[in-house]
Design a protein around this ligand. Sequence first.
Ligand code: ARG
Length: 465
Amino acid sequence: MSNKKKSNKMWGGRFSEKSTDLLTKINSSIDIDKRLAFEDILGSKAHVEMLAKTGIITKKTKNEILYGLKKIEKELISGDFIFNSGLEDIHMNIEARLGEIIGPEAGRIHTARSRNDQVVTDFRLWIRKAIEEIEAELSKLQVSFLKKAEKNIEIVSPGYTHLQVAQPVRFSHHLLAYIEMFGRDLERFKQTKERLNECPLGAAALAGTSFPIDRFHTAKSLGFRYPMRNSMDAVSDRDFVLEFMSDSAISMVHFSRLAEEFILWGSVEFDFISLPDSLVTGSSIMPQKKNPDAAELIRAKTGRVNGALLSLLTVMKGLPLAYAKDMQEDKEAVFDVFDTLILVIKISQELIENMKIKKENMYNAASNGFSTATDLADWFVRDLGIPFRDAHSLTGKIVEIAAKKNIKLNELNLSDLTKVEPKINKNVFKILSPEKSIESKNSFGGTALREIKRQIRFWKRKLNA
Ligand code: ARG
């Protein structure tokens, strides 16, 4: 695979000098895009089949090329394939190797094709497969959340707004909220996959080709819906990359919020959960520490994914049609985003499956902070016919009394209450416990048992399907 010729043998026909080392260095993408090797071979096979079918190359040449590509595939799998940075990228590495295996007929593989349509075809294939993997991992994660929610359906926890105790909820309600978030992530990825599933191959450099190719044939054989309608758009579009990265960034934001909750819940101050030693780390100086590094890194890696999205948005924003080499930068960002997201999904699953819930602590926190004050206000409205705004104000006064006495609302005497509003009767105590509060929230999507069970049934059906 040596490249002893003066200039690049793939494109250097008119060149009399070879590239400087620095040009080779900045131009070469093989260390990154070697990850497209199998997609590149897939695309080449489809292209060559089509070239033979349309009579552009002979059947004999097609068979030779397919034989060579098979051999290269084997070398890639066994690790014997030697990548050469002098050959820039994966496309030229594979074509050059094909030449070594079958001789000059290899050069016919690039008839009616350019690296511009080739790379973007490979990349669509790669991202399509990547999305399938992400979908599978996200679904598995949802199942873990669902099992945890079902198993802990009776656990009462504080629901927060502003990170201040707001109202008691079932802890399973909280977990089910994440299932919704990951469900939307899944949908976004699915839609991206649908939209990207059109084939750029045959657009050639940008203008199309004078050879009688059959773009519908290659599109179909690669599992794409249609060939892309406009050859210029086909080679210059990277929307699908940006969408993939946006989907990933949004999903990472969900993971980051989850990670933040893990960190809070595991702190001495909250003490809602504990993680097994296998999922925490120690401190080199403070012997007592068990640190939630995994969650912290999930939170941090969100910055990395957001950054990758922003970097490619920035790369694309000034590019005139059609192809420009700037676009070569898209792959490193995408591969990193994919690796990061998969790692984060998998470790989040380990965290959720292995966390131990400290239900007494959750319950205590749920009964503090006057968490049933809204229930009291609602009782005024429902039982005493008081308008909500007045009920809110009366309840505020009662909360203030309890706060001064440093007791919970259900620990107040009836006489404390009737001082504020003489019509209050002892029935009020029936609604002031966290359990009562929860069960009363039976509106669709609320935290009452019936509604949580409805949500669980929904996701069971959806995830089995
Ligand atoms: N390695 C290139 C990329 O990733 C392939 C396309 C090169 N096209 C070109 N006209 N130089 O974008």
